[in-house]
Design a protein. Structure first.
Length: 251
């Protein structure tokens, strides 16, 4: 579950509502050559070694454009494209609850703001701009994740006696969570859409990296001490992208 390195902004943004996904370019310290991965909803990730020049990446993608097209077509047969639509309700499986979404137009508004009232999130402002609405919903999800996940992580930290220094909430495209060498744990806000047992496992996994910054046998023995069913849960995590709603524009 280790995190990805910073990305290069070489290609068009792929989170425009309703548009076909574009490209992510991820720099990896472990990569020895360029590689491409196509995800089920059509998103393309290009993994490159450090110090790779932008021109090399662009040329590599062009050379493999036909393979990318075929891979996207193959996935589309199994996972038909989902028409974009802003949500009327959002199910947060990790918290065991759902919230409704209300949209309130504001004349002359140039932005969209959110507020939470009971079991409802209200978006107010330029709500005809779908991208602004999605960004507002992301900010709302981030605030919910911060409020709800931090005490969960702290409780598990005390249970396992494995401390961490800081929590970050992010919208990672390549991992569910990560831990830095300085003790910062980053959790993907999309974890809110996963079942509680997967959420708990991911937290245990990242806490255990405090003792073993690798995936050695010693690391997995430590994980098993607190989550005996870790193998099954780890496999499930690799297939959980479809729990995340398409309108979010992340998977």
């Amino acid at each position: 579950m280790r995190g990805a390195a910073p990305q290069l902004s070489l290609f068009p943004e792929h989170d425009e509502p309703g548009s076909e996904p574009g490209f992510d370019v991820r720099v990896s310290a472990r990569a020895r050559r360029l590689s491409i991965k196509v995800y089920p909803r059509g998103r393309v990730e290009v993994v490159v070694p450090r110090r790779t020049k932008p021109q090399e990446v662009e040329s590599f993608v062009k050379e493999n454009s036909e393979w990318i097209r075929r891979a996207r077509q193959s996935f589309a047969l199994k996972h038909p494209p989902e028409p974009f639509a802003l949500p009327e309700s959002i199910e947060l499986r990790g918290l065991g609850r759902a919230v409704s979404v209300r949209y309130e137009p504001r004349n002359g508004a140039k932005s969209v703001r959110f507020r939470s009232v009971g079991g409802q999130v209200i978006l107010a402002g330029q709500i005809r701009n779908e991208k602004l609405c999605v960004n507002a919903l992301r900010r709302w999800l981030g605030s919910v994740a911060r409020k709800e996940l931090e005490p969960m992580l702290q409780a598990l930290s005390e249970l396992t006696r494995m401390p961490f220094k800081k929590l970050q909430i992010r919208a990672q495209r390549t991992c569910w969570g990560s831990r830095s060498g300085k003790g910062t744990i980053s959790l993907n806000l999309c974890l809110l859409f996963l079942e509680p047992q997967l959420l708990r496992y991911l937290m245990v996994h990242e806490l255990c990296h405090g003792r073993h910054m690798n995936h050695s046998k010693s690391f997995w023995r430590l994980v098993a001490k607190f989550e005996p069913n870790y193998k099954k849960l780890d496999r499930e995590l690799t297939e959980c992208w479809n729990r995340v709603p398409g309108w979010l524009g992340i998977y």
